[in-house]
Write a protein that binds this ligand. Structure first.
Ligand SMILES: [Zn+2]
Ligand SMILES: [Zn+2]
Length: 328
């Protein structure tokens, strides 16, 4: 049994709130939303790896009922049937409630120094999975990555960029917002360059020696995808992490795109949700960021509201980065 401490909100929650996506548990006519969670264990079985008083985040995805190989081996984030369930999104209640019950297998321990910021573990875990998989794929040759580009300056993009910077890469975040804003200032504090794509195109910024070893698309926009792929250096890897909605055809010179991928041994990788290992990586990286830049993560949370103001929280302000609801 876990007492919820706080929960972050994102565009997925807004979509769920509007009824555009989501599925209630089969026995219910409503769905409790909330997936960016942080709680304090109230009771746990004797001998379990988490105990009363521990700060924990819960993973989201649960096995499909079809016993597919990844689900059977604890890799629900790689489910191949698509019939999995996800807390707060599909078939299982989420964390916008005072308490929840969960198998301790799905709970990841969090150090107490992260009590105000560990709701960021879930959004970061998505890119931790992308980075983890990219590194595994890239062990195919003696790769020496130096430069990384992240498309999109939402919380996921900013957190992923910070995680890459902590690994020592030169990192650029590219987005639509004008230069000189709050996000550019926050990124500069951790040594990340911000690029407004209205001022400088991705193609200009990534030509020749400026081509990128790792490119992550977390922009949410399909128009960013061709630029993300074209920005890759030979042997580089592009991690696509945006769940784009709808269908909008664009014209693409696929012969050139394909030739560049083939001749440069480049990789394009898709990633969604995260497994336990990636939540653990996210918690470790949050801890490193907090140690190296105390207070930086807390600045990403631009609005904190008590849980009974959840409806207010569903309206986003223009300069907002992340809203967190507090239950305790
Ligand atoms: Zn989210
Ligand atoms: Zn499965």
């Amino acid at each position: 049994m876990v007492r919820v401490h706080s929960a972050g909100l994102c565009a997925t929650d807004l979509d769920l709130h509007l009824g555009n996506i989501g599925r209630a548990p089969s026995e219910c006519d409503y769905l409790v939303i909330g997936h960016e969670n942080l709680g304090i264990v109230e009771h746990a079985p004797r001998g379990a790896k988490v105990q009363a008083g521990d700060l924990v985040v819960s993973t989201l995805r649960r096995a499909c009922g079809e016993y597919c190989r990844p689900c059977l081996t604890g890799e629900q984030d790689m489910c191949v049937t698509g019939k999995f369930e996800e807390r707060g999104i599909a078939g299982l209640h989420g964390f916008l409630s005072e308490a929840y019950a969960e198998d301790t297998f799905y709970l990841v321990k969090v150090p107490s120094a992260l009590i105000e910021t560990a709701t960021l573990a879930e959004p970061l875990s998505i890119l931790e999975k992308g980075i983890d998989h990219a590194m595994r794929i890239q062990s195919r040759f003696s790769w020496e990555p130096k430069k990384a580009l992240v498309m999109g300056a939402g919380p996921v993009g900013m957190l992923g960029a910070a995680a890459l910077r902590m690994r020592g890469y030169e990192v650029i975040v590219a987005s639509l917002e004008a230069e000189g804003g709050r996000k550019e200032k926050l990124l500069a504090e951790v040594g990340i360059r911000y690029l407004c794509i209205h001022t400088t195109s991705i193609a200009d910024a990534t030509r020749g020696a400026n081509a990128q070893d790792i490119v992550i698309d977390a922009s949410g926009s399909e128009t960013a995808v061709p630029s993300a792929i074209e920005a890759l250096a030979p042997g580089g890897i592009c991690i696509l992490a945006s769940v784009t909605r709808g269908s909008r055809p664009i014209t693409l010179d696929i012969a050139t795109v394909n030739r560049n991928i083939v001749l440069g041994n480049r990789v394009i990788l898709g990633t969604v949700k995260a497994g336990r290992r990636h939540f653990e990586m996210a918690v470790r990286d949050l801890e490193t960021i907090e140690t190296r830049r105390p207070g930086w993560l807390a600045n990403l949370v631009t609005r904190r509201l008590p849980y009974d103001q959840a409806l207010t929280a569903m309206t986003r302000a223009p300069e907002e980065i992340k809203t967190v609801l507090h239950f305790a």
